[in-house]
Design a protein. Structure first.
Length: 102
């Protein structure tokens, strides 16, 4: 009977250690994920401030050339726009009028 109790206590302790490690590992993973998300949001905010300054001078050909050079997928989007990856560029004439980051 005492061997069974000792075995059960050791088994219970081993499970608790495994669960404690799992909780700690999950906490570290969530922390790194939140930091990565914060950095990506900061980058998007900086791009949203910078892009309007470039829109008046950037042409559709320049966007297409840059996308092809970078190896990004380009798709036609309606009559006046293109999708470069997950970014939508709208054009008026041949100039960029708006950029939407998805």
């Amino acid at each position: 009977m005492s061997k069974t109790i000792v075995f059960m206590l050791l088994f219970s302790a081993a499970i608790n250690v495994a669960l404690l490690y799992r909780v700690f590992d999950l906490g570290v993973t969530i922390t790194y994920g939140e930091e990565e998300t914060r950095q990506r949001n900061q980058q998007v905010m900086e791009l949203e401030k910078l892009l309007p300054l470039l829109m008046g001078t950037t042409t559709q050909e320049q966007v297409l050339r840059a996308a092809n050079k970078a190896g990004l997928e380009v798709m036609k989007s309606g009559d006046d726009g293109i999708l470069v990856g997950m970014t939508h560029f709208s054009f008026s004439g041949n100039k960029v009028t708006s950029v939407t980051l998805n």
